[in-house]
Design a protein around this ligand. Sequence first.
Ligand code: FO1
Length: 314
Amino acid sequence: MKVVELAGGVGGAKLAEGLAAHVGADLTVVVNTGDDLELHGLSIWPDHDTVAYTLAGVDDEVRGWGLRDETWTVMEGLSALGDTSWFRLGDRDLATHLWRTDRLRTGARPTDVALELGAALRIGSTILPMTDEPVRTEVLTDDGWLEFQEYFVRRHQEPEVREVRFRGIEAARPTPEVLAAIDAADAIVIAPSNPIVSIGPILAVPGMASALAAARERGVPVVAVSGIIGGKALKGPADRMLTSLGHESSALGVARLYAGLATAFVVDAADADATSSIARLGVRPVVADTIMSDDAARARVAGEVLRAAGATVA
Ligand code: FO1
């Protein structure tokens, strides 16, 4: 069963690991690139790397990003030199950024670099940037427009978000590889990532929504998973962001954002009471325990998602 997952950071990576346990090389993860940044002259791709490190089994599960068994000697050296960088880069993680930046400088496409990195990390599944053109998510706060990582890391997601924009999105297009993966998909999965700043940029790439709609018209199931449980996000600012942008911070609020695209919407048992309202949106509600606390849970949730997509899952 060929599965395409639209994913952002942590929630997307965990579900990707669960999906890979079921379909392995038949999984393609289309990752958000709006969180990407340049720092110390290096090209850093947080959402891509979180998915890649997780699928490679080398991620730091406690921190939720970067590599396990990490050391921080370069950062210590930089701070000794008076560098006040707030975005922490481990020594082994830096190897990824140095290697990637060199590859990009020689003119390689981000997609080619992602495929090479996946091969180097021996990941069976495929990870594709949503586009090869630069897109940068920015959020409008009382302190003006902030670049995403400035908001997310430096400001600890504390400012209220009044507006979101994806700089460069107009000139972006889905890559041929992404369009081919959607075209060949038997199921499309929208991960329980932040619907505004992780899934939002992917759907905002001109041509992406219509490619997904065409798949849905062909009868390809599109199964979204709620990242809001009992009105709260398990991790990150999605709940507050939904509210400050005028949406409802609930499973139903997220379902409304995906209505018209998703054919099914998986909600946690805590939100079983929302199923009739979700059904009224024309989206089939599926109730499951969606907490992905360990590898077994990730595979179990992925199994529920694939079952919701019509697969017969052992
Ligand atoms: N998140 C933090 O909260 N603090 C950091 O210093 C930090 C560094 C970092 C380095 C590489 C990387 O791939 C991710 C990193 N993250 C850090 C997480 C990152 O901000 C988030 O993964 C995404 O951007 C949110 O989806």
